[in-house]
Design a binder for this molecule. Structure first.
Ligand SMILES: *Cc1c(COP(=O)(O)O)cnc(C)c1O
Length: 381
């Protein structure tokens, strides 16, 4: 992925001038910084960034410049990336399962916050991590709906196990905290309420006053026309419920959004390679490229189509089957995608809200995936 040296006005200007054959992701630093400021101004606690959602150096640098002081890392690579780009930032190593070598690496890099969801992994942390000034956050899960898919399927202790783990963390001399993740693209704020009230119960049952409560990522980005994320309402709910549930023992709050910070800062332009017999659209990007997430969490409908000259196609919207470029039949966007009836070979399909889980999951399967990046002042086409 090559970084363009020039800053373009908007995607349209770039496409008209360059007519790229390969997919392009347009990055707006100002959109990213605005998202960061929205969280920093609105969230009632510390804002950290889930690096996995988009670990691009330009992303980390702009978030750091906007005032993000903490990063949720899941691997040695991500820890080293943050130490290099934001040396003074806090690192929260919130992948609850780690190899011993990974734990040792984190200790060497001065990581002071770890999450855990099992007895065996807690035993490893107690053995390998010095307790002094170090937080262990017990991650718990609940069977609550509201997110695009179930995050509890892999990580998170039951409330009962979390109670036991939290007591062990405190007894071992670590700073005891709790953490959860309501599930990605969680559009139902009520999910946070249930989790926060349960966190207070876990702390009470364990007889532990927790230092911090990390309310996860899961905050939605803007994927569907007319479904605009109401982040401030969710922040207000989190603030109110934390006070109600914990009273005088209210912990400091932390959030670790990924998608909600980086999602709306990138826009994809994928080119129409072919309209097969005037029916199926074949794009030069697909589910093995930057559109990996669509079959998992649904289509983004914030789509416009431009001619190669940069003129907007205005035909009536009609549903079409859209395939990616590889020879695998799985490489298809879910359902039918609404596209203007006058879409033609060589056009550009512009998809907004493509910053999260796109650059990182792009693969070179079948030799595709050569995605370029261009910096723009505005993402509006
Ligand atoms: C992936 C992840 C996040 C970010 O999730 P989003 O849905 O992108 O906000 C936050 N915390 C943890 C522990 C994660 O694994």
């Amino acid at each position: 992925m090559g970084l363009s040296k020039t800053i373009w006005t908007n995607p349209t200007e770039f496409l008209r001038n360059q007519q790229p054959e390969n997919p392009v992701l347009f990055f707006s630093p100002s959109a990213l910084q605005a998202a960061a400021r929205r969280f920093i101004d609105g969230f009632p606690g510390m804002v950290t960034y889930a690096v996995k959602s988009n670990p691009g150096e330009e992303v980390i640098e702009n978030l750091a410049a906007a005032g993000v002081r903490g990063y949720d890392c899941a691997s040695a690579f991500e820890i080293d990336l943050i130490r290099r780009l934001a040396p003074d930032a806090a690192i929260h190593y919130n992948n609850p399962v780690r190899a011993r070598a990974e734990i040792q690496h984190a200790v060497e890099k001065g990581v002071k916050s770890y999450s855990v969801d099992s007895k065996s992994e807690l035993a490893k942390l107690i053995e390998l991590v010095p307790a002094q000034d170090t937080e262990i956050s017990v991650r718990f899960k609940l069977p609550v709906a509201g997110a695009a898919y179930n995050f509890g399927a892999k990580f998170g202790a039951t409330a009962e196990l979390a109670t036991e783990l939290l007591a062990t963390v405190a007894a071992a001399g670590f700073i005891p905290s709790l953490t959860f993740h309501p599930g990605t693209q969680c559009t139902d704020p009520a999910a946070w309420e249930t989790y926060i009230r349960t966190a207070a119960e876990i702390a009470r049952n364990a007889g532990v006053t927790i230092a911090r409560l990390n309310v996860g990522g899961g905050f939605p980005s803007h994927r569907l026309t007319g479904v605009i994320p109401q982040l401030e309402a969710t922040f207000a709910l989190i603030d109110r419920v934390a006070t109600e549930a914990f009273g005088d023992n209210r912990p400091l709050l932390v959030c670790e959004p990924g998608r909600a910070l980086c999602g709306d800062a990138f826009t994809l332009a994928a080119r129409v390679k072919a309209l097969r017999d005037d029916t199926h659209v074949f794009l030069n990007d697909g589910v093995y490229g930057t559109l990996t997430e669509l079959p998992l969490i649904g289509v983004i409908d914030r789509i416009e189509v431009l001619s190669p000259e940069g003129n907007r196609r205005k035909g009536e919207a009609q549903g079409r089957i859209v395939f990616g470029p590889t020879c695998d039949s799985v490489d298809r966007l879910p359902g039918e995608v609404m596209l203007p009836s006058d879409i033609a070979e060589g056009d550009y399909v512009i998809v907004q809200g493509m910053g999260a889980y796109s650059t990182v999951t792009n693969s070179r399967f079948n030799g595709f995936g050569d995605v370029a990046m261009a910096t723009v002042l505005s993402l509006k086409v």
